[in-house]
Design a protein around this ligand. Structure first.
Ligand SMILES: NC(=O)c1ncn([C@@H]2O[C@H](COP(=O)(O)O)[C@@H](O)[C@H]2O)c1NC=O
Length: 499
């Protein structure tokens, strides 16, 4: 009996090549409408699926291949006599190769199509054929990726048949594609996030050289809808990003977009080591640099405004790994190009992921992003902050959001002069931040004070105002200490732990 290959593809690139090859090997080619026409034009001898099913395509293409004659031909277990006699009884011929790729749902997401258009992009017949063939991979070769056409030809040429391993590998690919395809549909339909199953759809962009350390494997997967910062970064110069680079630039980018004013953030080990707002990018950079001219070395520098030549010249005086900004002046790029390894990233996309995911052993955690800054400002001391001090307080709290807990940020003139991060008790974070800052006017804390010790320490360093969420049963102690030391204290009512 003549062997049969069913070809039904949306992406018709190179389809004639594989069809001609299979025809040359004696396969009968079956195809759905559009694929049939394309192959016919290319001179392939092809039979239309509707001729095989005896039922014309209908409902505008919603039903083309969904028929027992097709799925029986694919799913019959060739080693099972019962299956084969059923085929014979029903006059169904087996289908040995299934080549299908799907309606472009991912591309539709990127093009922001309407809901009705997206629904029409949900392929039904394609995944059904792919899944049937992949389930029966022992007997059927299934191909979902046009990039595999050459591999099939090579496999045939080398072995004169398709090996079990190859067929299994192709089936694995199919379930990977169809599950991601369905996950994207599920994600698209899901508006409130309260799903029973976690369905997210990401595609591997590349293997990274290594993970956090050189003995760890790592890869970058991008959202299939083309959204998100990482999907919208243009690398204008320098080598590829590393795993740590990506994690770091994510935080630096989030910091600068906390601000409407021109802002700059220098960051190391996922922690801002300098951050400032200024008149322009140059001013913000110089202030961020001066927060901590030592730690910035080898760091990441993010801006929320275009970067000019003067700023690039200043940055080039030190070694940094990455500069990321919404845009660059041409002469700034020329300046940066003097540094071979410096990654220059252009990104005009602001952070907008709704959820953050973290894996723990055996589970995934999901939370909404920490998008809020405060509930309500409460002035809890007699002594009130000046307008300028209040601005520094808000500035400090915006930085605190991105510093690992316990987090204390000491601010002066809209510069994060001292950052105390990731300490297991708050007083250590305060000591670190105050010590680093040298001098500062404002102290911001990501969470409340259980004792008055942080206020006391702040007083020693001449701090004028403190902003913190408040809410401790011992708030009174801190407030009293502030009154005693002439420090103003403001509560925000909102904690910003970052673990
Ligand atoms: N409904 C069906 O029976 C059906 N059978 C195949 N398709 C899809 O139709 C596309 C190919 O169609 P055409 O050959 O007409 O261009 C493929 O992407 C394939 O996945 C179908 N379409 C969608 O649901």
């Amino acid at each position: 009996m003549k062997r049969r290959a069913l070809i039904s593809v949306f992406d018709k690139s190179n389809v004639e090549k594989i069809a001609e090859y299979l025809e040359g090997r004696g396969y009968e080619i079956l195809s759905t409408g559009g694929t049939y026409r394309k192959l016919k034009e290319c001179g392939v001898n092809v039979t239309e699926v509707s001729e095989v099913t005896g039922s014309g395509e209908m409902l505008g293409g919603r039903v083309k291949s969904l028929h027992p004659v097709i799925h029986g031909g694919i799913l019959a277990n060739r080693a099972k006599a019962e299956d084969m006699s059923t085929l014979e009884e029903r006059e169904i011929a087996p289908i040995d190769i299934v080549i299908v790729n799907l309606y472009p749902f991912f591309a539709g997401l990127k093009e922001d199509k309407t809901f009705e258009e997206m629904v029409e992009l949900i392929d039904i017949g394609g995944p059904t054929m792919l899944r049937s063939a992949a389930k029966n991979f022992k007997d059927v070769l299934v191909v979902v990726d046009p990039q595999d056409y050459d591999n099939i030809i090579n496999e045939f040429e080398e072995k004169n048949e398709i090996s079990y391993e190859f067929k299994k590998e192709m089936a694995r690919k199919v379930f990977n594609v169809t599950s991601s395809y369905d996950a994207a549909i599920s994600e698209y339909m899901n508006e409130d996030g309260e799903e029973e199953y976690l369905s997210v759809s990401y595609k591997k962009e590349e293997n990274l050289r290594y993970g956090e350390n050189s003995h760890q494997d790592a890869a970058l997967y991008l959202r299939n809808d083309g959204k998100g910062v990482m999907n919208n970064i243009e690398i204008l110069g320098g080598k590829k990003l590393s795993y740590n680079n990506i994690k770091d630039l994510d935080i630096a980018w989030k910091v600068v977009w906390e601000f409407d004013e021109p802002a700059c953030c220098s960051l190391k080990h996922n922690t801002p080591c300098g951050a400032a707002i200024g008149e322009n990018s140059y001013d913000a950079y110089m202030k961020a640099y001066n927060c901590d001219p030592i730690s910035i070395f080898g760091g990441i520098i993010a801006f929320n405004r275009k970067v000019d030549k003067a700023t690039a010249e200043e940055i080039n005086k030190i070694f940094v790994e990455i500069v990321i900004a919404p845009d660059f002046e041409e002469d700034a790029l020329a300046e940066f190009s003097k540094k071979k390894n410096l990654r220059v990233l252009k990104c005009q996309y602001k952070p907008d992921d709704k959820y953050e995911y973290v894996s723990v052993d055996g589970a995934m955690l999901r939370q909404t992003r920490d998008e809020k800054l405060l509930e309500e400002l409460k002035y809890v001391t007699e002594n009130q902050p000046s307008e300028k001090e209040l601005e520094d307080m808000i500035f400090g709290m915006k930085i605190c959001k991105y510093v690992k807990s316990n987090a204390i940020v000491v601010v002066k003139d809209k510069m994060a002069k001292g950052v105390g991060a990731g300490q297991v008790n708050r007083i250590w974070a305060a000591c670190e931040a105050l010590d680093r800052a040298g001098d500062g006017a404002i102290l911001a804390s990501d969470a409340f004070f259980p004792f008055s010790d942080v206020v006391e320490k702040a007083g020693e360093y001449g701090i004028k105002g403190i902003i913190q969420p408040g809410g401790s049963i011992k708030d009174k102690l801190s407030i009293e200490k502030c009154e005693e030391l002439g420090i103003s204290m403001v509560f925000t009512g909102l904690r910003h732990f970052k673990h």
